[in-house]
Ligand binder design. Structure first.
Ligand code: ADP
Ligand code: ZN
Ligand code: ZN
Length: 802
């Protein structure tokens, strides 16, 4: 038998299937979707078995060296999904398979077998597990290769389990457990024979006379004041047995979740829930857009439709943006579904992620809540997929395979005949447009729960403030309201919109701006260690004191960072307690959670932060939201900048007045007349949609046109220009006259990490051969790109144009 294998060498030249002979002892065992080790040139590498056939056209075949799984890690459906991803995103097959699995499965790991049920263990395997419950795979297979069939059966029946131990430093995954082999009578008999100086052994025996069951070794020592050596003495006598027991690294282990019950739905909620439930019952795939204003109770709708899915014995995936994977959001799902929920987010270590993935793979949980990659949760009986805040840019992966989670969701929804629900207060234009033409079913929640009013939004023109002599970063209006809230003991959120805007360093005399020598990007000034940092490549330098260009000493930093706002608050509102949330204060694991909890517990008056505070927070006492700089994103070279501005302002406004107290929002801006700011006042998404669509139409952007972006980079500028020109030329020949090919031009970031960058953008409507043409380009340069000197990235649906 022959296995067709996709090998772990991501390059254009190896992006195909290779045939390997399956050694006889594995013919019965090997299945599609398992990982294997195969010889490849002089090396041994990993690969995925994608097909098993009886013959091969290749004459001299090499043999598979090892199999890494006893159950497939990729189901049939995921294999298909991988192929589809490859086609859609022009990725390498291996990248598409790997993106669906936790990283731990990619690294070198040690395979181990854990015995779950000692009693049912087949006789042939018993010797290996007599004194321990965890045995290295190699220890068994090397001594008796023939046992693999029994192992596979035992795994299938849940008697044994395969585990890959990931070398996660400082993290243990096993407890040493002590159990007692003797009955209580035997123990009592033993007790009288023990010499009285053997105090510790006596204490141990007494412990097991009065207590039942296994106990962790450490705990046992604590409880009995005994020692390892006395335990060992009893183990040697056969009284006690020592086992190693695996436990999950549960990131939420120290938290308790208050159990919640479904709330009686409001009329509006009822109306949007019905069609989703119908789709679940009738087992027909539909994509729903749940357009609900902030605070309209979307999450409660999600919870109740999931409940139905679980009642049908099916599973659910819920995607939320990374930054709103806050404890609040997680609590709501864990509170309703308890231990049936696995949570996947980037804050987990690779071992923790792998543990969560495994709970899904083994069907121990039925709800996966997570950021983008949770869309690949290996469920096999999906009943619903929900994407909250569907407009979020983070649902698009910006490296190969460049997929959008929304597209993957719909692919899987079709496969399982189940609904996909896209939820947002500010849907992406593409999504809303599809809902309007009926490709998605539009469901609207137009009001907040309990008809609570939307917050009032006031736009303040900062140019006028300046004219009136106010040089502070707070307008008079905002400052007055802040003072007022402090007096009333209500909470506030201050948003500093920092994307595309930072604390840059400039010479006041000659205008020199300090930039990274590798990237052509302005340095960001970091106050804590008085340094200049490049946020693209990480390069760091000491803050300069004289201008390298004119030697003047008048170099200053400009722009407003959260630290500066915090300092300023300390001056103008010294009594206010401030919690600052940005990349610097949330770097440590768990700090994000802690800061939010403190704020929720009322330990601060002001939550000051960047984009990360704009979403998902639901605190009853917030009655004021201040946006310090609304328009910083508006001027980025990106056709979505208006859309993103409107979305962010709407989202952050939604944090105010969500419960009993009414909310107010102050938006400070230098461009108050811009429609993306103006329309936030009215909370008028539909109007914004109409305005923005006109612009998209006239300038030929999505959703009217598709866009593809080709980015070329190389250390030498002439080479980059040459290659990009050739590509552009080739595309002009190959595509229809309807396609609009722009470029070559230097990328907005013209140099990154010492590589020059050029791009070519293609706007098109219908080019059936486009995929094939792009593949040709990839193939043409495959040798050079494999060496790494030249990089060509193709993005079929770019979200970022840098
Ligand atoms: P969204 O996700 O649309 O922003 P949420 O689901 O967070 O809105 O709901 C806002 C608030 O209203 C939450 O505190 C939630 O517990 C509450 N809520 C939602 N649905 C109901 C309901 N049917 N009855 C009472 N309160 C509800
Ligand atoms: Zn740099
Ligand atoms: Zn200067």
């Amino acid at each position: 038998m022959i296995a067709k294998v996709v090998v772990d060498v991501p390059s254009g030249q190896t992006d195909r299937q290779f045939d390997y002979k399956i050694p006889n002892q594995w013919v019965q065992i090997l299945e599609k979707g398992m990982r294997v080790v195969v010889p490849f040139g002089p090396r041994s590498i990993q690969g995925f078995v994608v097909e098993i056939v009886e013959s091969s056209s290749v004459e001299k075949l090499k043999e598979i060296k090892d199999i890494l799984d006893v159950t497939p890690v990729l189901t049939e459906e995921l294999l298909q999904l991988g192929n589809w991803l490859t086609e859609q995103t022009l990725a390498y097959k291996i990248s598409s398979y790997q993106v669906m699995l936790p990283a731990a499965l990619k690294t070198k790991v040690e395979k181990q077998l854990i015995c779950i049920e000692q009693k049912r263990l087949p006789r042939s395997l018993q010797p290996f597990f007599a004194t321990q419950s965890l045995v290295k795979w190699d220890d068994i297979i090397k001594s008796e290769p023939g046992l693999i069939t029994s192992i596979k059966d035992a795994v299938k029946q849940g008697i044994l389990e395969v585990q890959y131990s990931v070398k996660d430093k400082g993290k243990k995954q096993t407890h040493r457990m002590i159990d007692c082999n003797f009955s209580k009578e035997q123990l009592s008999e033993l007790l009288v024979t023990l010499p009285s100086r053997a105090e510790k052994q006596i204490a141990l025996v007494q412990y097991f006379i009065t207590n039942e069951g296994k106990v962790p070794l450490i705990r046992l020592i604590e409880l009995t004041q005994s020692s390892r050596s006395s335990i060992k003495a009893l183990v040697d006598k056969g009284v006690l047995v020592e086992t190693e027991e695996e436990f999950y690294r549960d990131p939420f282990i120290n938290e308790t979740f208050e159990q919640t019950k479904p709330l009686p739905l409001t009329n509006q909620q009822q109306q949007v829930t019905t069609p989703i439930l119908k789709s679940i019952e009738e087992k027909v795939h539909k994509t729903f857009l749940l357009h609900g204003v902030t605070g309209s109770g979307k999450t409660e709708v999600y919870l109740q439709v999931i409940e139905r899915v679980l009642a049908e014995g099916k599973e659910a995936i819920v995607l939320v943006p990374e930054i709103s994977l806050t404890p609040q959001m997680v609590d709501r799902f864990k509170g309703r579904f308890g231990s049936q929920v696995a949570v996947l987010h980037s804050g987990l270590s690779s071992g923790e992620k792998y543990d969560e993935w495994r709970k899904i793979h083994r069907k121990e949980v039925r709800v996966a809540v997570g950021a983008r990659s949770a869309i690949f949760a290996p469920f096999e009986n999906l009943g619903i997929i929900i994407i909250d805040e569907e407009h979020e840019g983070s649902y698009k992966q910006e490296e190969m395979p460049r997929y959008h989670a929304r597209d993957v969701a719909i692919f899987r929804g079709k496969h399982y005949n189940c609904p996909v629900v896209l939820g947002s207060a500010t849907p992406s234009l593409e999504t809303y447009a599809r809902a309007k033409v009926g490709r998605y079913v539009l469901l609207t929640l137009g009001e907040r729960v309990n008809q609570g009013p939307m917050p009032t939004v006031e736009v303040v023109d900062m140019r006028e403030e300046l004219r009136a002599g106010n040089r502070s970063m707070f307008s008079n209006a905002l400052f007055e309201k802040m003072k007022d809230r402090l007096e009333k003991n209500e909470q506030m959120v201050l948003l500093l919109n920092r994307r595309g805007f930072s604390t840059f360093v400039m010479c006041r005399d000659c205008g020199y701006v300090a930039t990274c020598e590798h990237c052509d990007i302005s340095f960001t000034y970091h106050k804590t260690n008085h340094s200049l940092k490049c946020h693209y490549c990480g390069h760091e330098e000491r803050m300069i004191t004289t201008c390298p260009s004119c030697s003047s000493e008048h170099v200053r930093f400009f722009g407003t960072g959260t630290q500066r706002v915090e300092e300023e608050l300390g001056k103008v509102l010294p009594e206010a307690r401030v919690i600052r949330m940005d990349v610097d204060t949330t770097r440590r694991k768990g700090s994000h959670q802690k800061l939010l909890k403190d704020f929720g517990d009322g330990k601060a008056d002001i939550l000051l932060g960047t984009q990360m505070i704009a979403k998902g927070l639901d605190f009853p006492n917030i009655t004021l939201v201040g946006v310090l700089t609304a328009d910083t994103m508006l001027h980025l070279p990106d056709f979505r900048s208006s859309e993103r501005t409107f979305q962010l302002l709407t989202q952050v406004s939604g944090r105010a007045g969500r419960h009993k107290l009414p909310g107010e929002v102050i938006v400070q801006t230098y461009t108050p007349e811009h429609y993306s700011i103006e329309l936030v006042k009215e909370h008028d998404y539909v109007h914004f949609f109409q305005r923005e669509m006109l612009i998209r139409k006239s300038s030929g952007y999505p959703p009217y046109y598709h866009i593809a972006l080709i980015n070329v980079s190389h250390q030498e500028l002439p080479k980059v220009i040459h290659v990009t020109e050739k590509i552009t030329h080739f595309l002009k020949q190959q595509l229809s006259s309807e396609a609009n090919i722009l470029g070559p031009v230097a990328s907005p970031i013209a140099r990154l990490k010492d590589r020059y960058r050029y791009q070519c953008m293609i706007k098109y409507k219908n080019e059936p051969a486009f995929g094939k043409i792009l593949r040709e380009i990839q193939q043409h340069y495959s040798r050079e790109t494999a060496q790494g000197s030249l990089q060509i990235s193709i993005d079929m649906n770019p979200q970022i144009f840098m």
